[in-house]
Design a protein. Structure first.
Lengths: 431, 119
């Protein structure tokens, strides 16, 4: 095998192994930064040795053993000043050669613990998402920088600051349980959801979507269902991400410009993701039903149910908008989310006509959470357009265009404003 | 990107039936694939005696029940994986072969790794 081929193989192995490797090392060395360092050292050793020796039969175990030996060296060097390090060095050296597979047999617990650590409450939301991408999704600093359109140095700084915060908080030592565990799991789900949304409709920059970020979020959702298989919200989130991401390819045209739901070619929706999404949704629904008559679906499960209505429908007209409006109503009640209410206005407009949508929209428009939200005038424009009020619609689309920070979305809204001014009949349904 | 990894083998099993350890190792492989989020689907296939071939030749469509006459290179199972690169798919395929090296002495076969088209 040539050096370049081996290098590419090592990179692939790292992608497949880094999460459980770092997760197991965090359990063993109880320090996130050290765990990542010794895992990196193991990769450096692989890069030096494997081109000559060939790739070992069990490369994951090789990396684990090498990283553990490195950790022993670090602890031994610290042992003179630090009794805890001396004890860890001793414990580790007892076990390192027993069984090359040892240490990666608690993989589900380890990876979940790592996710909990990355979503520690001492971290900012930005630090949580960055660390999750780095340590759980296994992205490099450069890849994260590209995903967030941030300079690499900024991301690197964010990561090291986050690791310091974790060390100060003793995050790698604690094991959250009971209500604290439930709360932490909720944060993890929130971080994965946030990652997905940033990829699905980027708030800043030129591109409307960043599919790579969506794909990582989908993968994290899948991982979570393997770690916590019996939680309806975990399954609900996984279902939601599978279903939403099934539309990724159809949501942009050949030039990367947005294509809205009405205009999407549904044959391009990813049937495999829809199937997985509907399957996870069914399992989540069954768990809620099993939990008794008072159990109610949570916010992710409700959103997944809405996404499923679209996935099942052959066209916009074929969609059960009445049920979608009811689901948004439930979601708004459950979460107090103003955006859920805004979406309910859209669904009501479809189910009962634009006047019904506008009536609800006017009740919402002054809510603080929606006052600066560009989708409010965008939805209003859409409803005016359905009523044939082209001039009013155009004004609303222009207002929305001035409010968004995403270039593609601004261009789309400006196009819609121009189209709304044209005589009716010259344009297709484009909402 | 998604790949389909098809394990191909001589279904007459000249080296005997698969030992139970092989199934355990395959279960562990699936578990790893779920925890790292790469495994979409995996299934083992029954011998071709349970299947059939429908073919089109000389303008005629014809169905023939199994077992298939050519038994040497038949798909015995498959895994669909979603990964970042072809190298990752190859590594996952290599692991499938390593499982056979470790748990089914004498077995020979291959994994055909094909990228699934996405539009």
């Amino acid at each position: 095998m040539g050096d370049e081929t081996t290098r590419a193989a090592i990179e692939a192995i790292w992608r497949l192994e880094s999460t459980r490797l770092i997760a197991a090392l965090v359990r063993i060395v109880r320090d996130v930064a050290l765990a990542e360092d010794v895992a990196q050292d193991a990769v450096v050793a692989a890069l030096a040795q494997w081109p000559g020796s060939g790739i070992p039969d069990n490369p994951g175990a090789w990396l684990m053993t090498t990283a553990k030996r490195r950790a022993i060296d670090v602890f031994r060097a610290r042992a003179r000043h630090d009794q805890a390090a001396a004890r860890l060095a001793h414990e580790l050296s007892e076990t390192v050669d027993d069984d090359p597979g040892a240490g990666i047999d608690h993989v589900e617990d380890d990876v979940l613990r790592l996710m909990f650590i990355c979503c520690h409450p001492a971290l900012t939301e930005e630090a949580q998402t960055t660390l999750t991408l780095k340590l759980v999704a296994g992205l490099t600093t450069r890849e994260i920088a590209r995903a967030y359109l941030a300079p690499e140095a900024t991301v690197a700084q964010r990561v090291s600051r986050a690791k310091r915060t974790l060390a100060e908080a003793g995050a790698a030592i604690e094991e959250p349980s009971g209500p604290e565990r439930a709360e932490r799991l909720e944060t993890v789900l929130g971080v994965v959801y946030l990652l997905f949304n940033e990829g699905y409709s980027a708030t800043e920059g030129e591109d409307w979507m960043r599919p790579a970020l969506c794909d990582e979020a989908v993968r994290l959702g899948r991982i979570l269902t393997a770690l916590v298989p019996d939680d309806p919200e975990v399954l609900g989130l996984a279902a939601l991400l599978e279903l939403q991401s099934s539309r990724l390819a159809a949501r942009a045209d050949a030039h990367g410009e947005p294509v809205l739901l009405d205009a999407q070619d549904r044959r391009r929706w990813d049937a495999s993701r829809i199937r997985r999404g509907l399957d996870a949704l069914t399992r989540a629904g069954a768990l809620v039903a099993d939990a008794g008559p008072d159990a109610e679906p949570g916010p992710y499960l409700l959103q997944a149910s809405i996404a499923a209505e679209h996935a099942r429908a052959a066209s916009v007209d074929d969609t059960d908008w009445g049920r979608i409006a009811a689901l948004y109503e439930q979601l708004g009640r459950r979460t107090g989310s103003a955006v859920a209410e805004l979406n309910r206005a859209v669904a009501l407009g479809r189910a009962r006509g634009p006047e019904a949508g506008l009536a609800l929209l006017e009740q919402l428009a002054d809510l603080p959470a929606l006052r600066d939200y560009h989708l409010v005038p965008s939805v209003r424009g859409d409803l005016y357009e359905q009523l044939g009020r082209g001039e009013d619609a155009a004004a609303e689309f222009e207002r929305a265009a001035a409010m968004t920070s995403n270039a593609s979305e601004r261009a789309l809204l400006e196009r819609r404003a121009r189209a709304a001014r044209e005589p009716r009949g010259d344009r297709g349904v484009s909402s | 990107m998604r790949f389909m990894c098809m394990v191909k083998m001589d279904e007459t099993n000249p080296q005997g039936d698969p030992p139970p350890e092989l199934y355990e190792a395959m279960a562990e492989y699936d578990r790893e694939g779920r925890v790292n989020g790469t495994l979409i689907d995996s299934q083992g296939l029954l011998p071709s005696a349970a299947g059939a071939i429908v073919s089109l030749a000389d303008g005629k469509v014809k169905a023939t029940d199994g077992p298939f006459a050519e038994a040497k290179e038949l798909v015995g199972g498959y895994a669909v994986v979603e990964v970042h690169s072809r190298e990752e798919a190859v590594e996952l395929g290599r692991r499938l072969m390593q499982i056979h090296v470790d748990h089914w002495p004498g077995w020979e076969g291959s994994v055909e790794i094909r990228q699934i088209a996405e539009y």
